[in-house]
Design a protein around this ligand. Structure first.
Ligand code: PEP
Ligand code: MN
Length: 337
């Protein structure tokens, strides 16, 4: 339920309502916008329906939230969520580019990649130390050694680190090195893991599951937010379809749709979406035109030597050209990179 307060409400009206909700074992989520303060009541729907909130002083209107997701919904919080990480914003006017190799391979290669992408204005370095591979015989990532490489390259370049967490048992370890924690597509409905990152104080990139509907995707984001972590970034990364020419099919309509349904930042991963380096720049431009708040892109200095996802990893030269083209698209939609 959403309780909209009158513009002239008193502070004590607000605290009385919050107290009443809490007395009933419900959670009150306060959102103070420029023009309106709204309170979201979260908990047992039957209890919420019985509350006579309309008659409380300071209340303008009471609206039910019909959608199964609450905290993530735009009804709940009309303004965009802007996530601040070390002075950079995700979800604001600026479009952020997160780039780097699929997997962290060595400190030297990571360093070369960081050197090559930073001039394009990249502030976030990606790279997996724990890799979710289809084959148990494929390179699984270096674990903590990889996290240490990321941290040392971050310190040398002054960039921020985005890396995947696959197992709740590694949460403390990954959080020690990551500025943003990524939940991969295969774990979008790993509810234990979602609950775990709901309790950390770091932004979380939640990648859409291979076959997840928008509703399922948002319910997974709700899992994280329900624990108290409001810094969730949604990432569209392509869906599994009948098409075999591309690795997945990028659901570009998910971008404006998610922006409509939720206040959370939405980014796009064109690399995993198509799995082919020749199509990545076009998808990146399309994502920005569609309203994405950022891109997650795989880049490698020598894709032919990459330990994973070489065929979809851009060379730095092509990456820089792509970013330049994206800048122009961003300007056309009143954003900047
Ligand atoms: C990744 O970004 O490293 C990754 C494994 O992507 P996804 O979970 O989308 O397959
Ligand atoms: Mn990859």
């Amino acid at each position: 339920m959403i309780i909209v307060l009158r513009p002239d409400h008193q502070e004590e009206d607000l605290s009385r309502i919050v107290q009443r909700l809490e007395d009933m074992g419900l959670r009150a989520h306060i959102s103070k916008g420029e023009h309106r303060t709204i309170i979201g009541a979260i908990g047992d729907e039957r209890l919420i329906a019985e509350l006579p909130m309309q008659s409380f002083p300071g209340v303008e209107s009471v609206l039910p939230i019909l959608k199964p997701y609450k905290l993530v919904s735009r009804e709940f919080k009309p303004e965009n969520t802007v996530i601040r990480v070390n002075g950079s914003e995700i979800g604001g006017q600026q479009i952020q580019i997160i780039a780097g190799p699929c997997a962290v391979e060595s400190r030297e290669v990571l360093d070369e990649i960081a050197d090559a992408i930073q001039p394009a204005g990249v502030k976030f370095l990606r790279g997996g130390a724990f890799k979710p591979r289809t084959s148990p015989y494929a390179f699984q990532g270096w674990g903590e050694k990889g996290l240490k490489f990321l941290a040392s390259v971050r310190d040398r370049h002054g960039m921020m680190v985005v890396t995947e967490l696959m197992d709740p048992r590694d949460t403390v370890l990954v959080c020690k090195y990551a500025d943003i924690v990524q939940i991969g597509t295969r774990n979008m409905q790993n509810f234990r893991l979602l609950t775990e990152v709901g309790n950390i104080d770091k932004p979380v990139i939640l990648k859409r599951g291979l076959c997840a509907t928008i509703k399922e995707f948002l319910m997974s984001a709700e899992y994280i937010m329900a624990q108290g972590n409001e810094k969730v970034i949604l990432c569209e990364r392509g869906l599994r379809t009948f098409e075999t020419e591309t690795r997945n099919t990028l659901d570009i309509s998910a971008v404006p749709l998610l922006k409509q349904l939720t206040h959370l930042p939405v980014i796009v991963d064109p690399s995993h979406a198509v799995g082919r380096v020749d199509l990545v720049p076009a998808m990146a431009k399309a994502a920005i035109a569609a309203g994405a708040d950022g891109l997650l892109v795989e880049v490698h200095v020598r894709p032919e030597e990459a330990l994973s996802d070489g065929p979809q990893s851009l060379r730095p030269k092509d990456f820089s050209k792509m970013v330049e083209d994206c800048r122009r698209v961003a300007e056309a939609v009143d954003r900047f990179i």
